[in-house]
Design a protein around this ligand. Structure first.
Ligand SMILES: *Cc1c(COP(=O)(O)O)cnc(C)c1O
Length: 446
């Protein structure tokens, strides 16, 4: 880590400590609201700036989009738009969120593997970029374009089949991945070349090699394979038919410390070395990062309701479990989180570390966010903070046990100063929960 990066990480940790204390003092977390999500806007700005700087290249048009699934919150998408990021969407809901955040169609990319005809028709009417996932989808687009012209930039998603990373569920470039056209399958490349030759409007090529757990060299190999294919398509066409390469997202995040590692800069440098032609001005670049833009900037803060012991194991029963840390609870080995033990005022607890479990409120035995973790012994009235949860955690609530979606607050301010808080999402009320559970519907007839 450079001195500058170390200092930035220390400042972010200091801002976080201040926000945790202030959130307790201002009762953003309380008996009524026992769990909240907190987002550090200064950190988000820093990541967005680093992303722009990493890829900026004279003569190359770069459009960074944010993968909406990583934080499906309109104010967050709006903030990212202020920092020049568009949106990568994968459902009608995500598209609606991006539009509500004011992200223009020209900065939006639609990538889902299961786009319906209605969804495709809307995207083509709006002029949103669409990456077709498979031959059947491409045929649907043919039919829609025959019925109505579209300004949408159109491409095809390919799976370079370069292999998986350390988390199977996150590896999209395995031999049998469900995403895109599997390039190394017999006849696949010939089909791709023919498809582009027959469709002069196919001007993009898309690949996304995977998310957390995929090492940088594998990501770069995926981009390299897509670039090489684009070169072959263009050679066959005798012109620059593919003008834009969409290289997806997937930069992994360090969940073990406050460090940002790897950085956008390291990835862009690797791409410059491995795929130099990508930066020589013949191609525009689209990126779709999610986790790496937000994870480090979010924290789940929750109250400890009870402290107990079972079989000699101390257990802190908190209000943060599978509903806000779904992946960590269901796949604890793949998604370990750092947990801070905080006192009733939201300050770091001191005291000898004691091996304990940190449990959530859900009614199943596996609802643990940390197992056998050495932390100062937690007691009722204390708090816990789940770090690095700014992407995919509190924004992607799991509605188990009819637990309400927690509020999310953004904090801003200088390290050491009292932070200001702005609402990002209100906590779900019991009335809203009842309404979405069919409470207003007539009873079923027995
Ligand atoms: C999920 C996803 C992303 C973002 O992945 P991260 O690991 O959050 O960066 C980008 N592109 C596509 C197609 C995705 O499915």
């Amino acid at each position: 880590m450079t001195d500058e990066a170390r200092q930035a990480a220390e400042q972010a940790a200091e801002r976080r400590s201040g926000a945790l204390r202030a959130a307790v003092a201002r009762r953003l977390v309380s008996e009524e609201q026992p769990v909240v999500g907190l987002l550090d806007t200064a950190g988000v700005r820093r990541s967005a700036t680093a992303l722009h700087a990493a890829f900026a290249t004279p003569g190359v048009a770069v459009q960074h989009t944010f993968a909406v699934k990583a934080a499906s919150l309109v104010p967050v998408l709006g903030l990212l738009r202020e920092y020049g990021l568009g949106a990568e969407v994968a459902s009608p809901g995500e598209l609606a969120l991006a539009r509500a955040a004011g992200i223009p169609p020209a900065m939006t990319v639609l990538d889902s593997p299961a786009k319906s005809t209605a969804e495709l028709r809307e995207a083509l009417a709006l002029g949103i970029a669409v990456n077709a996932d498979n031959p059947e989808e491409l045929a649907r687009i043919d039919a829609l374009l025959a019925a109505a012209p579209s300004a949408s930039p159109l491409g095809l998603r390919v799976n370079p089949q370069v292999g998986g990373g350390s988390i199977d569920a996150m590896s999209t470039a395995t031999a049998t991945s469900k995403f895109g056209v599997a390039l190394r399958d017999p006849g696949a490349e010939e089909w791709v070349l023919r498809s582009y030759a027959e469709r002069p409007w196919l001007t993009r090529l898309h690949t996304h090699t995977g998310s957390q757990g995929v090492p940088l060299p594998l990501m770069a190999a995926g981009v390299r394979a897509a670039y090489d294919l684009a070169e072959r398509i263009n050679a066959a066409a005798g012109r620059q038919q593919v003008t834009t390469l969409d290289i997806g997202g997937g930069l992994p995040v360090d969940f073990t410390s406050d460090a940002t590692d790897p950085t956008f800069g390291a990835y862009a440098d690797l791409l410059r070395a491995e795929v130099p032609g990508l930066f020589d001005g013949r191609y525009g670049i689209v990126t779709e990062f999610g986790r790496s833009l937000l994870a480090k900037h979010g924290t789940v803060l929750a109250r400890v309701e009870y402290a107990k012991s079972a079989g000699g194991r101390p257990i802190a029963v908190t209000h943060a479990g599978a509903q806000v840390a779904t992946r960590t609870v269901f796949a604890p080995d793949a998604w370990p989180l750092r947990v801070l033990a905080l006192d009733p005022q939201g300050r770091p607890k001191t005291g000898e570390p004691v091996v304990q479990d940190v449990a959530g409120p859900c009614c199943f035995a596996g609802d643990l966010v940390a197992r056998g973790r050495a932390l100062p012994l937690l007691a009722a009235g204390d708090h816990v903070a789940l770090l690095d949860t700014g992407a995919y955690y509190f924004s992607t609530h799991f509605a188990y046990n009819a637990l309400p979606r927690p509020a999310v607050w953004a904090y801003a301010g200088e390290p050491g100063a009292e932070p200001g808080f702005a609402p990002v999402r209100a906590a779900q009320t019991l009335d809203e929960l009842l309404a979405e559970s069919g409470a207003a519907l007539p009873p079923l007839q027995p």
